[in-house]
Write a protein that binds this ligand. Structure first.
Ligand code: GDG
Length: 517
């Protein structure tokens, strides 16, 4: 079973935010209308490795949870709005117990809106495809963080066979001329397999992580197969234009393609793929509404009491514990600030929350040990009178607790070494219903392109990051609020429904695939 980070149920329902909405706002209803108007050609299927709901045994009872994953955070509200089928790996200990004979269960469990079709994998397949090829090969290959990718032929064989499993499941589920929306780097081969098995399908793919430069990608022994898999899509989406350009450069170096830069389209073997940026986001209105709730207010009190979250300034970090997120760099920047400006001692508290992730992989285990060592050392160096500057919360936080932490945080620090988008930064901004708070944000996240009002940092530059953190927590209130107001306007307008509306709109405007019988 995965060492998933799990969120307790239930999840919030979308709600209308207080106050006037920006003029051109996308809502769940607007995406639903778009999909239902254009659905003449069939229905919508989402495919991803990660499932949106996991069923687990707890003694004699079965409980369901939502995994802590950027992909699930983003795609789940869309499926709730439009319905359809989501095909994903069934990873929970009780997942088989709750499905029908075809591996299907209706979700959300407390408010069924769409079907979840589970794909079953053996331990060995999961090891090779998920831990091996997806997370020891493609993840480090696409994130330029100087962790060397591993290339094992047996992982590659599992990756191919698991993609074929997913293909069979989707082909069984998809009605004629359906639109299939594939997600992420676990399923790069699936589009080509689907087009071969079911040429009537329209296939789109959203790649949630960065695409590296062609120079980086060319070390992959199976690069041709991966690129051919992706070029079978009708639409291929990345978070930002820079990743699209890297992808276009990569295919132009590796394959005989025709590239139409004007339309950002690639033609290969007679098939054209539109390659476009679609910046992902969060359900900002729902977060805003939930941040107003009594439950969040109570949780703020509980967290402050339980963890002693008091001080002039509370700075928060929240991540899956992943080596791409730059957690040691963040801790070292806090250390540097406390060393250069000792007047912050006993006044600044840094809270690092999050869940251990992929801990079967050695690079993740050593990252975790490094974080623990650093926290100990920094607390010894600067701690006094029973006070220590860093609080580590390596626990599974509920969504209510996450929103409470965002509201407590005078400053949120995102210091990823490389990150496709980073939804934590967007959630923080959406949760700041008081219009206050400061965001320190790595320039190597997709979010940095949309958030120039954040305190942008290069996390490799410790002095620079410490200096920007100092500036963020000392900025006078009027300027700080001015920046937050602009960040909030952006996240409310460029919300998750706009992302889905723009990507699905592009897909649904395409002509029907030509099927030669
Ligand atoms: C990938 C890409 C891209 C985090 N820690 C805990 C927790 N979370 C929740 C957050 C947020 C989500 O998980 C993380 O989303 P991110 O976008 O920050 O990061 P990844 O999981 O790496 O996501 C990323 C994303 O896909 C979407 O395309 O933005 O670049 O890497 O929703 O709130 N939830 C709980 N406990 C935690 O400790 N419960």
């Amino acid at each position: 079973m995965h060492d998933l980070a799990l969120l307790p149920s239930p999840s919030p329902t979308a709600a209308t935010p207080p106050g006037p909405l920006p003029v051109d706002v996308w809502t769940a209803e607007r995406v639903r209308d778009l999909v239902s108007h254009r659905r003449g050609r069939g229905s919508l299927l989402v495919v991803s490795n990660r499932e949106p709901y996991v069923h687990q045994h707890h003694g004699d009872v079965i409980r369901w949870m939502r995994p802590a994953s950027g992909l699930v955070t983003a795609v789940e509200p869309i499926m709730r709005a439009v319905g359809g089928t989501w095909v994903a790996h069934g990873s929970g200990s009780a997942d088989r117990k709750v499905v029908d004979p075809y591996g299907r269960v209706m979700v959300p469990p407390d408010d069924p809106r769409y079907a979840l079709r589970r794909v079953w994998l053996t331990e060995e397949e999961e090891r090779g495809y998920y831990y091996g090829f997806a997370n020891e090969t493609l993840w480090p290959l696409c994130h330029v963080v100087y962790v060397r990718p591993t290339f094992r032929s047996r992982d590659w064989a599992h990756y191919q066979s698991v993609n074929a499993h997913f293909c069979r499941a989707v082909a069984e589920e998809a009605p004629l001329k359906a639109t299939v929306w594939v997600h992420d780097y676990h399923l790069a081969l699936l589009p080509a397999m689907l087009k071969a098995a079911r040429p009537d399908l329209t296939v789109a793919h959203f790649w949630h992580i960065p695409w590296p430069s062609s120079e980086v990608f060319r070390i992959c022994p199976w690069r041709r197969e991966i690129l051919e898999g992706l070029l079978a899509n009708d639409v291929l989406g990345f978070h930002i234009r820079y990743h699209c350009d890297n992808f276009l450069d990569t295919v132009s170096r590796e394959l005989e393609v025709n590239i139409d830069r004007e339309n950002s389209a690639v033609t290969y073997g007679g098939h054209t793929t539109l390659v476009r940026p679609f910046p992902i986001s969060v359900d900002a209105a729902a977060i805003e509404a939930e941040a107003h709730s009594e439950a969040v207010a109570r949780e703020m009190v509980r967290l402050r009491e339980q963890y002693g979250l008091v001080g002039d300034k509370i700075v928060v970090g929240l991540d899956r514990f992943d080596y791409t997120k730059g957690i040691p760099e963040r801790l070292m920047a806090v250390d540097r600030l406390l060393t250069l400006s000792p007047e912050w001692r006993e006044r600044l508290l840094f809270v690092q929350a999050g869940v251990p992730s992929r801990s079967r992989i050695p690079a993740y285990r050593s990252e975790w040990r490094r974080i623990e060592r650093l926290v100990r050392r920094i607390n010894q160096r600067h701690g006094r009178h029973g006070w220590a500057p860093i609080v580590l919360l390596p626990e599974q936080l509920s969504r209510t607790a996450i929103l409470a932490l965002y509201r407590i945080a005078d400053c949120l620090m995102v210091s990823s070494l490389h990150d496709g988008m980073n939804l934590v930064a967007k959630e923080y901004v959406a949760a700041r219903i008081d219009g206050d708070g400061a965001l320190v944000l790595s320039q190597f996240t997709g979010a940095a392109r949309e958030f120039p009002e954040a305190f942008l940092v290069n996390p490799y530059d410790l002095d620079g990051t410490a200096e920007r953190l100092g500036a963020a927590i000392t900025m006078p209130e009027p300027q700080r609020r001015g920046r937050m107001t602009r960040l909030r306007e952006r996240v409310l307008e460029w919300n998750i429904y706009r992302w889905a509306g723009e990507m699905l709109g592009t897909v649904l405007r395409l002509p029907d695939p030509e099927v030669i019988s």
